[in-house]
Design a protein around this ligand. Sequence first.
Ligand code: ADP
Length: 218
Amino acid sequence: MKKELIFLGPPACGKGTQTDKLAKYFGFPHIDTGSLLRAEIASGSENGKVAKQYIDKGLLVPVWLVGAIIKSRLSQEDCKNGFILDGFPRSLEQAEILEQIKKDIDGDNQVDFRATYFEVDTEKLITRIVNRRSCPKCGEIYNLKTKPPKTEGKCDICGVELTQRKDDNEETAKARFDTYFNETSPLIDCYKNKNVLASIDADGTIDEVWERLLKVVE
Ligand code: ADP
């Protein structure tokens, strides 16, 4: 049966790292709205210019823009057997849009739709955000404190200079947490009520969290 997996959790809770691993494990595409939006910005498109204004302030990009990106991405051939959706929905309004998109794409076919909530102590997350670096070429994520690259400032895999996301500064990070608590966290109850939510303890090493994740999505 087609597997449709979505993920909830505060900024920098480790969703990106785990869902990337999960996509490779299942052989499904990893659809990450943050990266799709950053690619849109890098392309210099009008939509990218709009998105940038919101991302830099730690706010949600307007729903017409993210909804269109997600609809076109989920309609592609490589999502036929399943997808890993990371970063959408991020509000109750987006959850309704996802329902609609799923109806359009899946029709009456039965699918295995599940939401996983990464439960984590948010106190530690701001430190995690300001220490986060990534490779602009392969997307590998590092942390200066807990997962530093072998050579300072360089990606272990491709040797390229690591970069810091523009929204990974303390001020924008705080705004992202406000957005998360106000707009995204109501989705936890929403999916709990639909009986499709599993919570995992996301405090732990990458390997520990991975084990917990596999138990709820397999
Ligand atoms: P994080 O989860 O660490 O905040 P992301 O890379 O997932 O990072 O998202 C970065 C930014 O992109 C968000 O702060 C928001 O501005 C924008 N964004 C990502 N996904 C969505 C979405 N579904 N709807 C609106 N804006 C989004």
